[in-house]
Design a protein around this ligand. Structure first.
Ligand code: GLV
Ligand code: MN
Ligand code: MN
Length: 417
């Protein structure tokens, strides 16, 4: 490892990194040590302001694109050379934890602060990005920010999406952008030399194997749908079952039929209905409308395509008296990360004496879309018992710092190519 890299890595400050996690965790804190920081909420805005304040103290240039991805740039010697990017997201699940997403942002900031403190010059700029709406918990689907930035999806696909309160994304986005006027406007699809994202593993493997760094090989495929069931509201006490069009009763039958898709599937198969919006949602009224989400995942490309293709006919086949509408909201095949970047991460971990292993990701990440436009990799660190998307999500300060050190070394290497 070069002396300048060693110098920068030695300036990664475990206590500062942990303290920043705790400061961010206070924004949207919920009982049980968790975080609720929905995309484009007032908590999201507060987190953006906090990050911008830290970045400005380091002299980083701040910009934001039309979907609200926030970029913080440390200039390189060659201003026109495409930058190396790092980052993750600051939004959380409704009952999320203190580390999912925010670790990748704060590890990137820590790397930049360490590099700055060492006075290390790099050929390329290094950009830290906080991708907007990675979680999709408020506005579905997930990973919207990186999809729009990379051109995988047009911004127009997302502007009319509504949250559970009926608020359209375009309104929440407008308020979010207005809250940080100091951020310069930034175009989509600017060239990127390489992207490296740090994240907690969100599963138990690193902890079980006693390793500190996961060198991520790729991300499994997924399909998301919104399924709507249209019935008719009626009095629960007076309306005979034989004449009802009960949207909720029918939604339950449809979900049962969808569960049958998993019969005989291998252990990699994932199926989740995690969101349901019932109208009018009253104990003594038959439901007139139900919207529920479907999330199906599998690492094999042919299998995820087959499963995704089976959702609509299964829903239609199970619907009896109610009309249904099936809207696909996300269709991503499995992605395989760049071998060269994986090798760089592994070499950095080895040189720092940090135990690593290669592993695939079960969770989705913005890196999946970045992989379509530049060499991409991810660094995982352990989280306690693999618990995630849960208030109890936890990680150890020393593991977060180890991840930030490996990230610092990897970014410096890539920024000098
Ligand atoms: C991201 O949180 C995912 O759904 O995998
Ligand atoms: Mn995440
Ligand atoms: Mn998540």
């Amino acid at each position: 490892m070069r002396e300048a890299t060693q110098d920068a890595v030695s300036r990664v400050d475990e206590a500062r990194l942990w303290q920043r996690h705790m400061e961010m965790a206070a924004i949207g804190a919920i009982p049980g040590n968790g975080v609720n920081r929905a995309a484009f909420s007032k908590e999201d805005i507060a987190a953006r302001k906090r990050l911008i304040a830290w970045a400005r103290a380091l002299g980083l240039a701040v910009s934001v694109d039309a979907i609200g991805n926030l970029f913080l740039r440390r200039e390189g010697l060659e201003r026109d050379a495409p930058p190396v990017m790092t980052g993750s997201h600051m939004d959380s699940q409704p009952r999320g934890g203190r580390f999912d997403g925010i670790f990748g942002v704060l590890a990137g900031l820590e790397a930049l602060e360490a590099i700055q403190a060492a006075g290390t010059k790099t050929r390329r700029a290094i950009e830290l990005v906080a991708w907007c709406n990675e979680e999709g918990g408020r506005f579905a689907p997930c990973t919207m920010g990186s999809a729009a930035f990379t051109g995988a999806r047009p911004l127009a696909d997302f502007l009319d999406v509504k949250d559970n309160e009926g608020i359209p994304l375009r309104d929440a986005l407008r308020e979010t952008l207005a809250a940080t006027p100091e951020a310069a406007p930034r175009a989509f699809a600017t060239p990127v030399a390489a992207y490296v994202e740090a994240h907690i593993e969100q599963g138990p493997r690193l902890e079980m194997e006693g390793k500190t760094i996961g060198v991520v090989t790729g991300i499994q495929g997924l399909r998301w749908f919104n399924v709507e069931v249209f019935g008719e509201t009626a009095h629960a006490g007076t309306t005979p079952l034989s004449v009802r069009r009960d949207a909720l009763g029918e939604a339950v039958a449809i979900i049962r039929a969808l569960h049958e898709l998993g019969r005989g599937m291998d252990d990699s198969y994932r199926f989740t209905v995690g969101r349901m919006v019932v109208t009018p949602n009253s104990p003594n009224s038959v439901a007139s409308h139900v919207l529920f989400s479907v999330d199906v995942r599998h690492p094999d490309p042919a299998t995820i395509r087959r499963l995704g293709g089976a959702v609509e006919p299964t829903v239609r086949g199970a619907a009896a008296r109610c009309a249904v509408k099936i809207t696909p909201t996300l269709a991503d095949d499995p992605c395989v990360f760049d071998q060269g970047i994986a090798g760089e991460i592994e070499r950095a971990a080895n040189a720092l004496g940090i135990a690593s292993m290669r592993m695939p990701s079960g969770a989705s990440h913005d890196a999946m879309y970045l992989a379509r436009i530049c060499p991409t990799g991810m660094i995982f660190v352990p989280c306690e018992r693999g618990i995630s998307h849960n208030e109890a999500e936890n990680a150890r300060p020393e593991d977060l710092a180890a991840g930030a050190r490996v990230l610092t070394a990897t970014l410096l290497d890539l920024a000098n190519r």
